[in-house]
Ligand binder design. Structure first.
Ligand SMILES: [Zn+2]
Ligand SMILES: [Zn+2]
Length: 258
């Protein structure tokens, strides 16, 4: 008689799952936004969930900006009409509002990196079908900022998105060559000027990018200046398509991020 595999005999469960009851006992789970008690460690309370705004249909055929009223299929929004985007679509988990802003701040500056899987689930559910052939690429941080913060929030989200959707995580394709100041308060042209030449492919990355389909991941999509610089670098290197995937998308009507 052949022996059953070790795992089958022992019914091994993932460590995090095995430890969850102990962790819950020591740190009772709380909603990261309002502090309300929760039954599980990951997630938000029902009230905070309902404060998140998921982009709906109908939406622009090029950038998925939601339209207020019904439009014919294939309709394109005014910003895309004025300047056709270089990307091939935007998959946003939520629209930027007070709840998503506080969630991003808690994740990024409050160092609650355990929020990444929950945020990535919202993002991944908005992506069209992708497969192993796709590269999942985070928007890069400058190495000083990475050193100060200790992690790249976009890379954590990209890792979870690739786990959920099956693309190949590629964290080492793009580099931010200069530390750029905050882009808040700058106009579209000034933002583009500030970022020109800042994002580049790392040495040896061009071969992987040529002909590839890419999901470009960031936490917040504001004016798109940074992601556009990434899209341009990827397309110059021959990427066949680049879909942007973000957690919170700022629409102009919602005002600039604070
Ligand atoms: Zn809450
Ligand atoms: Zn559009």
């Amino acid at each position: 008689m052949t022996a059953r595999p070790f795992a089958a005999r022992c019914r091994i469960m993932p460590l995090a799952q095995a430890l969850a009851p102990v962790v819950d006992l020591i740190f009772p789970p709380r909603c990261p936004l309002c502090g309300e008690g929760l039954s599980m460690q990951s997630g938000l309370c029902a009230a905070c969930w309902s404060d998140l705004v998921i982009p709906g249909e109908p939406a622009c055929a090029l950038c998925q900006r939601p339209f207020d009223e019904s439009v014919s299929a294939g309709a394109i929004c005014a910003p895309c009409m004025a300047q056709p985007p270089r990307h091939d679509g935007i998959a946003a988990g939520t629209l930027y509002n007070d709840a998503s802003r506080r969630l991003v701040l808690t994740f990024k500056h409050g160092r609650r990196i355990a929020l990444a899987p929950m945020m990535a689930r919202l993002m991944a559910s908005r992506l069209p079908a992708i497969d192993e052939g796709w590269l999942v690429v985070p928007v890069p941080l400058h190495r000083w900022r990475l050193w100060r913060r200790g992690f790249n929030q976009a890379a954590l989200l990209a890792r979870e998105v690739s786990r959920l959707r099956g693309g190949t995580l590629a964290v080492d394709l793009l580099a931010r060559r200069k530390a750029t100041p905050s882009l808040g308060g700058l106009g579209r042209k000034a933002r583009a000027r500030t970022l020109s030449g800042v994002i580049a492919l790392k040495r040896g990355a061009a071969e992987r990018v040529k002909g590839a389909s890419v999901v470009l991941v960031d936490d917040v999509l504001t004016s798109g200046a940074t992601t556009n610089a990434c899209v341009s670098a990827l397309k110059r290197a021959g990427a066949s398509r680049v879909t942007i995937c973000c957690f919170a998308r700022v629409l102009e009507e919602a005002g600039p991020p604070r």
